[in-house]
Design a protein around this ligand. Structure first.
Ligand code: ZN
Length: 292
């Protein structure tokens, strides 16, 4: 039952008229609010028009969206070997890791456990993370990437096997990714290239040095990590005692991307955003080397 209207009869139409006016004003205010929102695009306007009873059919969407412009692939057809140093299982398998292997001009342990930050972030996990980021970036540039490992739960492979993987893939460039376990006070990165050893590295030494120069420049530019102040010279070091370089038949370098024992370097290495920049720097160094 509706309660009887208590107002005087002559006021009733006036009140009804005012109510209608308020209703109309409210609707207009709502429409203006929707249309003036930051996201108040044509869709919102269309929705409001529909609410207000002024609906019009939207223009039909094209059946297919326009073809995407393919990304440039400067490394199409190139093969790159990426070697994340060490492995997560190395430390708990000393017998396998310590057995000596031939490195061309002597013998050395199959592999080592690697460095670690004071927080316990292992070099092997770091190397793999940067390596996988690097693979993705190189793939996007069109390169085929051969990895020496893709998990951090195994043992090895030994350093001679790591070199072999690059050789068998006929890579145009190979890189070993590391982070150093240097003195606590030492900062920065360095790139290691092979010394000229007749019958071993004489065929790859010049090209490897070119690769080292390109990676040094691009890595520094991409990460702003300083050149090492505790080893080598100007962010470069030449060595004849690394099996991974001695046994390589393809241009190859090692990069020590920072010093895990230095608190300042370690803070960088522990950040995923830094590791992405590191991978990008290395990728663009490889690109510069391969595309001249
Ligand atoms: Zn290492």
């Amino acid at each position: 039952m509706t309660p009887p209207d208590a107002r005087p009869r002559h006021l009733r139409p006036l009140v009804a008229g005012a109510a209608l006016t308020i209703l109309a004003l409210t609707a207009i205010a709502a429409w203006v609010a929707v249309a003036s929102q930051p996201g108040g695009d044509s869709h919102s306007l269309q929705m409001s028009a529909r609410v207000m009873g002024h609906d019009r059919p939207a223009a039909p969407e094209p059946a297919t969206s326009p073809a995407r412009t393919p990304l440039p692939q400067p490394l199409a057809g190139k093969v790159v070997a990426v070697d994340p140093g060490h492995n997560g299982g190395n430390a708990s398998h000393p017998a396998e890791i310590n057995r000596s292997v031939n490195i061309g001009n002597g013998r050395k342990a199959c592999d080592t456990a690697g460095a670690e930050t004071a927080d316990g972030y292992t070099e092997s996990a770091y190397n793999l993370d940067v390596g996988l980021r690097l693979r993705r970036l190189l793939n996007e540039m069109g390169a085929k990437v051969v990895m020496t490992r893709t998990t951090d739960t195994g043992v090895g492979p030994c350093i001679n096997k790591r070199a072999q993987i690059g050789n068998r893939s006929h890579a145009e460039a190979a890189i070993s990714i590391h982070a150093d376990g240097g003195p606590t006070s030492g900062r920065g990165f360095h790139v290691i290239y092979p010394a000229v050893i007749p019958g071993l590295t004489d065929d790859i030494a010049t090209a490897s040095k070119q690769l080292a120069l390109a990676v040094r420049a691009a890595y520094q530019q991409g990460t702003h990590m300083p050149r090492a102040n505790y080893v080598g010279h100007n962010g470069l070091d030449r060595r004849g005692d690394l099996g991974g370089l001695n046994l390589s038949d393809v241009p190859k370098v090692f990069i020590e991307t920072g010093n895990m024992n230095n608190p300042s370097d370690a803070a960088h290495l522990e950040r995923a955003s830094f590791r992405q920049r590191a991978a990008k720097g290395i990728a663009s160094g490889i690109e510069r080397y391969l595309t001249g």
